[in-house]
Write a protein that binds this ligand. Structure first.
Ligand code: CAA
Length: 299
């Protein structure tokens, strides 16, 4: 059955090479998924070689883990390793027919990335953004060919979370949408087509949970109480562990976007921003000891 709003799948274009702009954790996770599931060359890029190398090291480490667990046989692992490459030379993106960005969540940065890549790639190549809360239409506002623009929003951890939000903007044509749906399917994900609204669907809901958790903390509820409150109804992670997983800066940014869009409905916690500014990963990652966070948040 065709998913709601999806054009006929016959319209999907072939994807034979993938370009990933950004070599951070999110980009690394889905670059690996593209190589594993589509079995096409995947090239990643970032601002400098050290970032690219770090991204490649992460991807190769994950391939090693998959091989050790027996999730990938030796031949498959070698094939996937050989498919992923990294460069600072964007001209190597020229023959990509699917380009997706996961750079810093700042409108001007993302627009700049698209302005640089569009003249290099074919007019028909799909341009996707993994933005979690910015307007896809605004990110692509200066594209010469906005008909190939689409949002393609993964969830953390990418290898495990079964959903992709495919964000359609008014300019997105049916071929692009069909391609995005086909790519999501090949990646083993369920795709939902969402409108280009702040937070799309998932972050609109999650930002509410995270914001209310932060508000409860700000009002004096002990952090362990807030953190464990939803465990009995089966949520796999407490709200702060989830924030830690997606990244404090990302979470604070999502909150800000939602507050800006719906000031009467969302809450921006000063503590969320304070945590986003703390660099110490030991404080942030010890969610076995949520009390640590409580102390850090009061600093
Ligand atoms: N990368 C790759 N694989 C991972 C992983 C990661 N970061 N984290 C876990 N996994 C894999 C594990 O390797 C394991 O795989 P195997 O079965 O092959 O061993 C599998 O996932 C299950 O992991 P665990 O048994 O260690 O852990 P768990 O049962 O406690 O589950 C979890 C971990 C899947 C992350 C679970 O806690 C969960 O679903 N948490 C909620 C995550 C969530 O809601 N994500 C959405 C965040 S919102 C977002 O990302 C959008 C945004 O824009 C902000």
């Amino acid at each position: 059955k065709r998913p709601a709003g999806a054009p006929p799948k016959e319209l999907a274009k072939k994807v034979q090479k993938v370009g990933v702009i950004g070599a951070g954790l999110m980009a690394g996770q889905f670059a690996l998924l593209f190589a594993r599931k589509l079995r096409v060359p995947v090239v990643i890029t970032d601002l400098d070689q050290s970032r690219v190398d770090k991204g490649l090291a992460y991807i190769n480490g994950e391939i090693d883990k998959l091989e050790q667990k027996g999730r990938l046989g030796a031949d498959d692992a070698n094939q996937v390793r050989a498919l992923v490459s990294g460069t600072t030379d964007k001209s190597l993106f020229a023959d990509c027919d699917w380009v997706i960005e996961a750079v810093f969540e700042e409108l001007s940065v993302k627009q700049q990335v698209f302005a640089e890549i569009e003249p290099i790639i074919a007019e028909t190549a799909v341009i996707a953004t993994n933005t979690s809360s910015l307007s896809v239409e605004e990110i692509g506002a200066n594209l010469a060919h906005p008909e190939r623009l689409v949002g393609f929003h993964f969830f953390n951890p990418v290898a495990v979370m079964p959903l992709v939000e495919v964000v359609k903007v008014p300019s997105t044509d049916d071929e692009t949408l069909a391609t995005a749906m086909a790519v999501a399917k090949k990646l083993g994900k369920s795709a939902v087509i969402t409108a280009d609204r702040p937070g799309f669907v998932v972050n609109r809901l999650l930002a509410k949970v995270m914001g209310e958790a932060a508000r409860a903390l700000d009002e004096g509820t002990p952090l362990p109480v807030v953190e464990r409150a939803l465990a009995p109804i089966g949520l796999p992670m407490g709200p702060f562990e989830l924030i830690d997983l997606v990244g404090w800066k990302v979470a604070a940014h999502v909150q800000d976007t939602m507050v800006a869009a719906f000031p009467e409905r969302f809450y921006a916690s000063p503590n969320l921003h304070a945590m986003a500014d703390i660099e110490d990963p030991l404080v942030k990652n010890k969610f076995g000891k949520v009390e640590d966070l409580s102390r850090a948040a009061k600093k």
